[in-house]
Ligand binder design. Structure first.
Ligand code: GLC
Length: 551
């Protein structure tokens, strides 16, 4: 086993340059601002940043509509600022990953402009065209309610072009070797600038057959090609796939021999975590964990709660989805695209600190590598008066000063949350930094513990039977060590009996409080779980570093 696969136990933080810190007072966050925030991120224990797209873009989809892959959008600074930032991050032991949005470009990209004007241009075939509107054009839209079709007529080309997402995002024709060469060039460019890998946007759509005729098969080989190229150019860079797929398909993204993409977001578990929190029953979550258990040894799940998009519940049954809506987003305006929730985590959990901490503790305890969303470490809220997914993309709340300390400008890229219990006067870094009991300091503490429990990233888990439908107990074992994490998803205190098969005599030492437990005569550890309680234990005691075998 190669023990230095860094992504197995990273702490990833998702951030948009746009909304983090505005150093030059133009109302938009920038790389200089992000650089100045690095001590904050390092202090929290973050080891890897994932940057949302920052390249030149009309920004009609949060930068996921790129018009020049080789330039930083001027509102964020220059390529020089980007390299400076990456360097400063590395100085603090923080890796930088970036979004790789190559399923489509912006319709303003010179490739598309050239393609539509000139049928004989080499760029024409960079995109996917059809003389007539395919019959299934209304199917498979990604943003129902906002997007009507996947084929739109371009008046200049006098043909229809394919766009899986918004009409201003024409899909690239991946079957064209020239397009593949462009993608490799983009990856190669940023690897030279020091990134540790890419969060690859919309992977299932990148590799699907896109011709207007009958569907061609998925091009799995491409994933292997990307991987090989990446590792040839940069030995420890990785790809983290955005692929919201059924569990039975996930191994195909990792590759049976682990020869495709190293990481995938676990959307399946994510949706079942919210279902479990909404219903107070862990059974469906246990099943989801079992269903995503299999993965090649070098592959890893990314576990998350909220991200920059809506919370997509599209893989739950209608009844299950409704249960989550009822509990966390009852108002239709909180819902989006007929499948999701556009709120931040804290308001979804009614600002209940016990629940928030339990939710995060659970995320840190799930098999894989945790990914936090900026601002969630403070319990930031949302602005439902902003359109679609912008509700959860408001500026970072640094202090109770003007514009939450985000910017000196009068007009901001997006308004601050300035009212109610999540307003910046109540929720901000400066206050929480000074409060030992704050969510921010709690998060930093949990990150520290998570880092000291590499068993979660590397080990195998088993679900321990606790005899209560609302309590989840997971045990991880790795290198002769064993860790048990227990979560009570209900609002009631419960008493459980925990049995550790094969480790009957081992003491359980609590990592968060000063207590420990010895099994009784029947081999049971009697535990009292507070409402929304979370307990982290080491089996065997604190000499674990001495007990750990070398291989
Ligand atoms: C991904 C991104 C989303 C974006 C879409 C189109 O799903 O997460 O934010 O709108 O791709 O690029």
């Amino acid at each position: 086993m190669i023990k230095d696969l860094w992504y197995k136990n990273a702490i990833i933080y998702s951030v948009n340059v746009e909304s983090f810190l505005d150093s030059n007072g133009d109302g938009v966050g920038d790389f200089e601002g992000l650089s100045r925030s690095l001590d904050y991120l390092q202090g929290m224990g973050i080891t890897c940043l994932w940057l949302a797209p920052f390249q030149k873009s009309p920004r009609r989809d949060h930068g996921y509509d790129i018009s020049d892959y080789y330039q930083v959008d001027p509102c964020f600074g220059t390529l020089g600022d980007f390299v400076d930032f990456t360097h400063e991050a590395h100085q603090r032991g923080i890796r930088v990953m970036m979004d790789l949005a190559i399923n489509h470009t912006s319709d303003q990209h010179p490739w598309f402009q050239e393609a539509r004007r000139d049928p004989s241009s080499k760029y024409r075939d960079y995109y996917v065209w059809s003389e007539t509107k395919p019959e299934d054009a209304h199917k498979g839209v990604i943003f129902p309610g906002v997007q009507e079709t996947t084929w739109t007529r371009d008046p200049v080309a006098r043909q229809y072009y394919f766009h899986r997402f918004y009409p201003f995002q024409p899909d690239l024709n991946i079957d064209n070797p020239l397009v593949l060469a462009e993608i490799r060039k983009i990856m190669g460019f940023y690897l030279e600038l020091g990134v540790s890998g890419f969060r690859m946007d919309a992977v299932p759509f990148v590799i699907e057959g896109k011709s207007p005729q009958a569907r061609s098969p998925m091009n799995w080989q491409l994933l292997r090609d990307f991987r090989q190229f990446l590792q040839w150019r940069s030995r420890d860079a990785i790809i983290l796939a955005e692929a919201n797929v059924e569990p039975k398909h996930s191994v195909r993204y990792f590759g049976e021999d682990g020869d495709r993409l190293q990481m995938m977001f676990n959307f399946w578990v994510n949706q079942h975590v919210f279902l479990a929190m909404a219903t107070g029953e862990v059974k469906p979550l246990v099943k989801a964990l079992e269903q995503t258990r299999e993965r090649p040894p070098n592959a890893q799940w990314a576990q998350f709660l909220r991200n920059h998009d809506e919370l997509d519940l599209g893989r739950l049954s209608e009844r299950q989805r409704q249960a989550v809506f009822d509990a966390m987003a009852p108002d239709p305006d909180m819902q989006l695209y007929e499948r999701g929730i556009r709120r931040r985590l804290a308001p979804m959990l009614h600002g209940d600190q016990r629940r928030l901490r339990m939710a995060y503790s659970l995320m840190f305890a799930l098999p894989g590598t945790p990914v936090l969303r900026y601002g969630d470490e403070l319990g930031m809220g949302d602005r439902l008066d902003l359109p679609e997914r912008d509700s959860g993309r408001t500026p970072m709340q640094w202090s109770n000063e003007k514009n939450a300390g985000f910017s000196r400008a009068d007009k901001l890229v997006r308004p601050i949350v300035d009212e109610g219990p999540y307003g910046y006067e109540q929720v901000n870094v400066a206050d929480q930094r000074r409060d030992p009991e704050s969510l921010l300091n709690w998060t930093a503490r949990m990150i520290r513990i998570r880092k000291e429990v590499p068993e979660i990233g590397w080990g195998n888990f088993d679900v321990l039977d606790v005899g209560h439908p609302g309590v989840l107990a997971l045990r991880y074992r790795w290198l002769n060590n064993s860790v048990v994490v227990v979560h009570n998803l209900t609002d009631e205190a419960v008493e459980i009996g925990l049995r550790l098969p094969g480790e009957r005599d081992r003491t359980l030492v609590n990592l968060l409080t000063r207590d420990h437990s010895q099994a009784d005569r029947r081999g049971l550890h009697p535990l009292i779980m507070e409402p929304y309680g979370y307990h982290w234990y080491r089996a065997g005691g604190l000499g674990y570093l001495l007990d750990r075998t070398a291989v």
